[in-house]
Ligand binder design. Structure first.
Ligand code: FA5
Ligand code: MG
Length: 513
């Protein structure tokens, strides 16, 4: 999935998880399976895909082979929507719209939201936790200044209900409406968001984000002095003693520009300082709680100092922009995107005299760190062994404990090698230019998710080449089958894999090798 920013490499999965979780156990021996053409064990070094990227090419409007069968009407949260040829929401994703993990008391996503909310107190910040996941293309993209050819708009990245309506890909989709309503100086939104994406332990087609924003009004602050008003508010925020690395200048004319004609340098700098301190206080709270939980469970726990840094970023709806990264088990992990709100957004929302900041953070990503949860599929588990570990925490955050993994079941790897339809080229994975009959890696991921539910831990491209004579492209993906709830027999794995192969032939038009 395209991140909601510009064409930059994403820093993902590998840095996210406890080291132990990144080691897969060697797979059981695998009998020969006729259909797959290729078999292999699953050496641990190959079973983890640490990075993902998306093509920075134009969005494609082609209708992929992977489109679920069109249905005239669908229902989401009690409302009916008419579908059209853009419809591409598979049943399992549609069903997730009713789960709302961020509203389930004692769920780790709920607890993470609670901790973040505690650092952005009412009434300055008003909380919005029940916005509908179905939004317009305008809300999700246009209102935020996404260019028409931004890859995030494509059907290979985004779940469309119809040409004008989609499942929100980020909580920023609600920024404009809240700026327009102007009910409070600040707001927090938590919500489920949807992205067509790869399959691995840190990606799921549904995850949760929290959006925050804070504005000041030139017409309401004393003497119209925004800078003085912001510094006064900054002085009221607590301080912290975590060392934060922040080498970049407040703005940079080329890389991270000030909004000329809208903000003075002093204003942008004041907004940035308030934004950064507010978010640092939040992350300090999260990690202080995570360490306290670890120390309660493990008397030998060694407390390492928290390291946080700010790096320049790009989003169509903020400038200058930054990401916060946290040093975690040997790697820098991106936890949030943020910046000074684009003035066009505030002008279009009818509040031109306001100036402010906004941020967006991934709740699962934080919850995985907070509770040491090794696999994102677990958040969706209704298994008592998962849910029971968090009971009572919402009412008393000091009871928080790290997740104790229940037994891990063996993995079974199967490869699927295939020729692409001769008219296709590939986008993502292969990284070549998209054609009108686009093959996209996300289509493979989605077929696998639809057929196997949550029994696949990850899928990765292990080989691709173009035949020198025919020019046809071959790809090979390794599917790592591992149930969260039981040991899969070879027979069960083979049956699932055969169904995956059949669906790929039927839906993607590939030819199995
Ligand atoms: C956004 O979604 C922007 N809307 C954030 C923003 C809001 C910027 C307001 C400026 C102002 P991005 O795609 O990078 O940006 O996602 C933001 C955060 O969501 C990431 O830092 C990460 O914590 C989380 N996130 C993104 N993709 C995933 C994923 N596939 N799985 C888990 N968490 C994710
Ligand atoms: Mg990002």
């Amino acid at each position: 999935m395209a991140s909601m920013m510009g064409p930059r490499k994403l820093q993902l999965a590998a840095s996210l998880l406890p080291r132990a979780a990144m080691r897969s156990s060697p797979s059981a021996s695998i009998p020969l399976l006729r259909l797959s053409g290729r078999l292999s064990g699953c050496p641990s070094s190959q079973c983890w895909r640490g990075t993902a990227y998306y093509s920075s090419g134009p969005a494609t409007s082609s209708l992929s082979h992977a489109a679920p069968k069109a249905r005239a009407n669908i229902e989401v949260n009690g409302k009916t929507y008419a579908t059209d040829l853009m419809y591409n929401v598979p049943p399992n994703v549609l069903a997730s719209t009713s789960r709302k993990l961020h509203l389930q008391k004692d769920h780790p996503v709920y607890i993470t939201r609670q901790i973040i909310e505690s650092k952005f107190p009412a009434p300055t910040y008003k909380y919005h936790n029940t916005f509908d996941p179905v939004v317009s293309v305008h809300e999700n993209f246009d209102s935020l200044g996404f260019p028409p050819d931004h890859p995030g708009r494509s059907r290979s990245d985004t779940y469309y209900i119809n040409k004008d309506t989609l499942l929100r890909t980020h909580t920023s989709a609600h920024q404009a409406q809240l700026f327009r309503a102007s009910e409070s100086d600040g707001f927090l939104i938590s919500a489920d968001v949807y992205r067509r994406d790869e399959v691995d332990r840190s990606h799921y087609p549904v995850f949760h984000q929290m959006e925050g924003a804070r504005v000041w009004d030139r017409e309401k602050v004393p003497n119209g002095d925004i800078v003085a008003a912001i510094y006064e508010d900054l002085a009221r925020l607590p301080t912290h003693d975590v060392k934060v690395e922040d080498d970049s200048p407040a703005f940079d004319a080329e890389r991270n520009p000030l909004q000329d004609g809208h903000h003075s340098a002093a204003e942008a700098e004041a907004v940035a300082k308030h934004l950064k301190r507010s978010l640092e206080l939040m992350v300090v709270e999260i990690f202080t709680r995570a360490k306290a939980a670890a120390a309660r469970q493990d008397p030998d726990f060694v407390d390492e100092p928290l390291r946080v840094r700010w790096v320049e970023a790009y989003f169509p709806f903020t400038s200058p922009s930054w990401e916060m990264e946290v040093y975690y088990q040997g790697d820098w992990l991106e936890v949030l995107g943020s910046g000074v709100v684009k003035q066009e957004l505030l002008i279009n929302a009818g509040v031109p005299s306001q100036v402010g900041w906004a941020f967006g953070i991934g709740l699962e990503r934080i919850a995985m760190l907070l509770f040491q949860i090794p696999d994102i599929r677990l958040f969706w588990s209704q298994d008592k062994r998962f849910i029971s570990q968090f009971v009572g925490v919402s009412d008393d955050l000091d009871q928080m404990k790290r997740f104790v993994p229940f037994s891990k079941y063996p993995a079974c790897c199967r490869d699927v090698a295939f020729w692409l339809p001769s008219t296709s080229s590939s986008a993502a994975g292969g990284g070549t230019k998209a054609s009108s009959h686009d093959f996209h890696e996300n289509d493979v991921m989605e077929v696998i998710r639809e057929i196997t539910g949550d029994t696949v831990e990850d899928v990765k491209l292990v080989d691709s080449f173009t035949h020198p004579g025919t020019g046809r492209k071959s790809m090979c993906y390794r599917i790592n089958y591992r149930s969260l709830v039981k040991t899969l027999t070879n027979r069960e794995t083979n049956k699932l894999h055969a169904e995956v192969l059949q669906a790929m032939v039927e839906r993607l038009g590939v030819e199995i090798r």
